[in-house]
Design a binder for this molecule. Structure first.
Ligand SMILES: NC(=O)c1ccc[n+]([C@@H]2O[C@H](COP(=O)([O-])OP(=O)(O)OC[C@H]3O[C@@H](n4cnc5c(N)ncnc54)[C@H](O)[C@@H]3O)[C@@H](O)[C@H]2O)c1
Length: 320
């Protein structure tokens, strides 16, 4: 039976994709180096409910290890790759630019090379709305310039997109680049706002908010993202870049209001100047995803945050 390789499968999005694939009775090989970008225990918790499933092979390893990647593709009949492994925190990328490029560019190159040699049928590359920088006007359309990144992280992701095009051009490897917009939900990354705000609401600690809280983000619920990922995995399109986002940005103030209402608590806010890494707005034009992938995001922010809060509350006391 052919299998899909999910890199970064112990992370937030990867673990959800793996769970959905198993529900669809599809075989997956999950590779993740369980690094300390955030608490390793969280990554172990992300995979705990499926790591022993008969449809799953878990490999603790690094996407920069070319030998391991080639061997994995051959040994497991990999016919599609869902490449999600990355160093993914925008602000952390300022101080760790070399590591970000090593993983996000060289690691991606390893996978692209191995995939084209192995005759992989579809290669998904996770990219980000932050490649648009402060492009205007909004919403962001895939044809707009993405050549003014504001930090090493989006610069590394844009580089990976370009590299993927080169490999596609030379070897006809089908590649779909998915630009995710502000993904949130259960098992969310602890360095992102939804989980940071929930934690701060629970323990009363102060949280930093940029300037007046009016930066806008197009929050996209994890189940909608997974729908888009699975659909893209099953539809080789040559080389395409596709936005995956809900399409309705909210200010951070609106976002905080919803979480305060849900939890019945007030957030202890410390205002700081907006750093130069930050986009003023992320706003997804998802027309292309709707047309090419049948993408139809269904979970508005209020509902998605209610689900996230329900999950978070269930884990209170577990140290998360
Ligand atoms: N969460 C978002 O809102 C968002 C938005 C845009 C793009 N993305 C992209 O989506 C992908 C998944 O993001 P996420 O939020 O799930 O992040 P995450 O940090 O939770 O998951 C990434 C996983 O990759 C693993 N990893 C990192 N370096 C590795 C290496 N060298 N070898 C093997 N594994 C390695 C990490 O251990 C982690 O488990 C990333 O490529 C990220 O850049 C995420």
């Amino acid at each position: 039976m052919d299998a899909t390789l999910i890199t970064g499968g112990a992370g937030f999005i990867g673990s959800h994709v793996a769970r959905r694939m198993i529900a669809l009775e599809r075989r997956v090989v999950v590779i993740d180096n369980l690094n300390d970008s955030y608490a390793v225990q969280i990554k172990r918790d992300n995979i705990r409910d499926f790591i022993d499933h008969p449809l799953v092979t878990f490999i603790e390893g690094d996407v920069r290890d070319a030998g391991l990647i080639e061997q994995t593709l051959a040994a497991h009949n990999i016919d599609s790759v869902c490449h999600l492994a990355a160093m993914a925190n925008v602000r952390a990328s300022i101080e760790r630019a070399q590591l970000y490029f090593d993983v996000n560019v060289n690691g991606t190159l390893n996978l692209l090379e191995a995939a084209r040699k192995a005759g992989v049928q579809q290669f998904l590359l996770a990219s980000t709305s932050s490649v648009y920088g402060n492009t205007s006007p909004v919403p962001f359309v895939e044809t707009m310039s993405a050549d003014r990144p504001l930090a090493p992280y989006p610069a590394s992701k844009r580089s990976a997109e370009l590299l993927a095009h080169a490999i596609h051009n030379l070897f006809a490897l089908p590649v779909t680049v998915l630009r995710f917009f502000n993904v949130y939900g259960p098992h969310g990354r602890p360095d992102m706002m939804p989980i940071k705000v929930l934690r701060a609401l629970m323990d009363g600690s102060a949280i930093t908010v940029y300037d007046d809280g009016e930066l806008k983000r197009d929050w996209t619920y994890i189940d909608d993202i997974v729908d888009g990922v699975i659909s893209a995995l099953d539809r080789p399109l040559g080389y395409e870049i596709i936005n995956l986002g809900f399409g309705a940005p909210a200010t951070l103030n609106q976002f905080i209001d919803i979480l305060e209402d849900l939890t019945g608590r007030r957030l202890n806010i410390q205002r700081v100047p907006t750093p130069p890494t930050e986009l003023l707005v992320t706003y997804c034009d998802n027309t292309k995803a709707r047309d090419l992938l049948g993408f139809n995001p269904a979970i508005p922010l209020q509902e998605g945050l209610a689900r996230t809060w329900a999950w978070f509350r269930g884990r209170e006391g577990s140290g998360f």
